[in-house]
Ligand binder design. Structure first.
Ligand code: NDP
Length: 397
């Protein structure tokens, strides 16, 4: 059995802890560590498993993380704190000689720009040390990339057009709230859009392109083209792709709030001086918005995330839609948190299981689509994220 450290005790950390504790065959001791230890203790209490211990850690403090890993004797660190800490934790894993997994790619705190280049640069160092880093193993990135790999393996000779569609048709009853960390979320959705076409990136204004797309079991929803990080690795790993885009649903109400927040400067990441104290507007905003963790209580409805793919098989054009629908209430009942944290935390556990059972194990830094999708897809069905495949349908795109 393998001993693991989970860093981060937000909504996602909570689901990862629940799901890893269930995998008694694979995981032994579990250390849940985060900046605020009381949040770890609360999760440990809720799960009620004495293999879980807790600790306080500042993940930016690499020597402290190294010490924590060595004292505990971990085989793997699952990082589900924030993307700002990716490199600090990757450094710690390198120094301590343990494997690493995360769900979001590195973003410098002062730049609002996420790219894989910083993490891919660790590949040789990880390879030489005989350890593995698995990047982006949540839902998107994560499952969407594995759906693509699965489609490429079983349904296509060549994937040519890829549209990842992400719908949250849930209702949490608040006029405005974000489903995961507000700072990360608002930074992501307010930046310019970008998609891949004919070998290059095409930039768009924020929310410039909108299409009404119909989601299974949900119905039509306005979906906006945004940039999303898995596009970067997918077009690299599947070079036959001619066009790759990402669409996310936003309600008019959500967009109106977002526009106001931006117009009045509350989404800014530059510190301002307020009564002699430096404050970052978006961090202050985070402090007044509902904590995503608390949204679960009254969250109703479904998420639906998947890949709409067009390509060629045996000389014929073919379309495929592969997706998962998750119910917020069911997720809450099982883990005490809403569907967005659930759809992120379950794949992180499965990725950890793939690594710790040796099914996905090689030295270096990798994205999830570089491994055999089949065992992962099987685990999704067993662990609360069942998926569906529809063939030769109108993709609307
Ligand atoms: P939350 O904000 O709810 O939780 C983040 C946790 O990290 C908190 O417990 C926080 O502690 C802790 N933390 C923050 N900074 C540090 C630090 N320096 N040292 C130690 N702990 C720290 O976020 P979520 O749980 O919603 O999201 C977690 C991650 O999952 C994020 O990286 C997010 O981008 C990613 N994600 C990925 C998705 C995917 O599909 N791939 C989808 C959704 C999220 P404290 O409480 O003290 O602030």
């Amino acid at each position: 059995k393998k001993d693991i450290i989970i860093i981060g005790a937000g909504g996602v950390g909570r689901v990862v802890a629940y799901k890893c504790a269930e995998q008694k065959e694979t995981f032994g001791r579990i250390l849940l560590a985060s900046r605020t230890k009381s949040k770890c203790d609360e999760i440990k209490e809720a799960i009620g498993d004495d293999r879980i211990t807790t600790a306080s850690i500042d993940a930016m403090d690499t020597p402290a993380v190294v010490q924590l890993i060595k004292e505990f004797g971990a085989d793997l660190v699952i990082h589900v704190a924030l993307p700002y800490q990716d490199l600090a934790i990757m450094d710690a894993c390198l120094e301590a000689g343990v494997h690493y997994l995360d769900t979001a790619n590195y973003e410098p705190e002062d730049e609002a720009k996420f790219e894989y280049k910083w993490q891919w640069a660790y590949h040789d160092k990880y390879k030489e040390s005989g350890i593995m880093g698995l990047l982006g193993c949540g839902f998107d990135p994560g499952v969407t990339s594995i759906f693509t790999a699965y489609a490429a393996k079983h349904y296509f000779d060549e994937i040519q057009y890829l549209d990842i569609v992400d719908c949250n048709a849930g209702d949490h009853g608040h006029p405005f709230a974000t489903n995961f960390n507000p700072e990360i979320n608002i930074r992501e959705v307010t930046q310019k859009g970008k998609y891949w076409e004919n070998g290059q990136w095409v930039e768009t204004e924020p929310h410039q392109f909108m299409k009404e797309l119909t989601y299974p079991g949900i119905g039509p929803k306005n979906s906006y083209l945004i940039y999303h990080e898995e596009l970067e690795s997918l077009v690299k790993n599947f070079p036959t792709i001619k066009r790759a885009r990402f669409w996310m649903t936003f309600s008019d109400e959500y967009l109106t709030h977002l526009r106001v927040i931006q117009n009045i400067g509350m989404a800014d990441i530059e510190p301002i001086n307020y009564e002699g104290k430096q404050i970052v507007p978006i961090q202050f905003l985070k402090a007044v918005l509902p904590d995503p963790k608390t949204l679960g209580t009254n969250y109703k409805g479904w998420t639906s995330i998947g890949c709409r793919i067009r390509g060629v098989k045996d000389g014929q054009e073919r379309t495929l839609y592969i997706y998962n629908n998750t119910n917020h209430e069911v997720a809450y009942e099982e883990t005490g948190t809403q569907g967005v944290s659930y759809t992120t935390g379950v794949p992180a556990m499965i990725g950890a299981k793939m690594m710790m059972t040796g099914q996905w194990m090689k030295s270096g830094v990798f994205n999830v689509e570089e491994f055999d999708p089949d065992p992962f897809m099987e685990e999704l069905n067993k662990n609360g994220l069942p998926w569906e495949v529809e063939q030769d349908i109108d993709l609307e795109l």
